[in-house]
Design a protein around this ligand. Structure first.
Ligand SMILES: Nc1ncnc2c1ncn2[C@@H]1O[C@H](COP(=O)(O)OP(=O)(O)OP(=O)(O)O)[C@@H](O)[C@H]1O
Length: 256
């Protein structure tokens, strides 16, 4: 079954067409990638799915229901969360507080209640903290729970962003260049985490990434954008050997 169905999505900024008639379906439980050169329209595509931009034309359905016209917080409540190309953590807050903020979406009591330890929030607070701890353990960040997010290494900050996005218990998570700025060791570790994440948290993963090793290792299905248009879709082998994709993006060096 397809969790996400995007049909003829178009976004124009003045005279510039950032996405043109883009259609793609994402299978529930899959890891799917969107790749393409800089400026191809990948982030714009994510911004439309998450309600940051409204499409000029086209349809977006989550589990068969249109989400066009919803605001970002409404889209989040429907079960889509994301990370950003530029890390957006609360730098002065601790690691665990960053995750608890992510959880706020599905908690009954307010975040203030949690931080102020109001009596009726105690039970939920405890559950939230346990859940946050479990997430941080999964990302191998549990030894850093009281550290300020700003003090974390770049790779750890990227992992914390994913943990925070997962804290909302999404059905679909969008990762915008999760490996950007990571060293090869961190990228390898992240690849393994993402590979297991879908099953562990029951989430479908859609990611934008320039690291082709990560993309080819993880993705079931890959969509390729170029100048705002989808130029190819297929499994890693089909994409790796597609002449159009090689010309537009991968270059001859990538065909190993
Ligand atoms: N808010 C905006 N206003 C005007 N133009 C925009 C806006 N957002 C994106 N664009 C333009 O849309 C095009 C696609 O940009 P987008 O950021 O979606 O590409 P991308 O594939 O994500 O690139 P990269 O790989 O560099 O992140 C670019 O030409 C960009 O300048």
């Amino acid at each position: 079954m397809d969790i996400l169905e995007v049909t003829n999505l178009t976004k124009e900024f003045g005279g510039l067409t950032a996405n043109k008639d883009v259609s793609m379906n994402v299978k529930e439980g899959s890891i799917t990638a969107v790749i393409g050169p800089n400026g191809a329209g990948k982030t714009t595509f994510f911004n439309m799915i998450t309600g940051v931009y409204q499409p000029t034309a086209g349809e977006i359905k989550l589990k068969g229901q249109s989400i066009v016209g919803l605001k970002p917080d409404e889209v989040a409540k429907k079960g889509i969360s994301r990370t950003f190309q530029n890390i957006r953590l609360f730098g002065e807050m601790s690691v665990i507080e960053n995750v608890l903020v992510g959880m706020h979406n599905h908690l009954k009591t307010s975040l203030f209640g949690i931080f102020l330890s109001l009596p009726n929030t105690k039970k939920e607070e405890l559950q939230a903290e346990q859940e946050a701890y479990r997430l941080l353990e999964y990302f191998e960040l549990s030894h850093l729970i009281n550290e300020k997010a700003n003090n974390l290494s770049y790779g750890a900050q990227r992992k914390l962003e994913i943990a925070r996005a997962l804290a909302t218990q999404p059905k679909l998570i969008l990762l915008d260049e999760p490996a950007a700025g990571m060293n090869p060791k961190e990228t390898k570790e992240l690849t393994d985490i993402i590979k297991r994440m879908g099953k562990e948290f029951g989430v479908t993963i859609l990611l934008i990434e320039h690291d082709m090793k990560l993309v080819m290792e993880l993705s079931e299905q890959i969509f390729v954008l170029d100048h705002g248009e989808k130029i190819a879709e297929g499994n890693p082998e089909a994409i790796r050997t597609n002449p159009k994709v090689i010309e537009a993006y991968l270059g001859s060096a990538a065909v190993q």
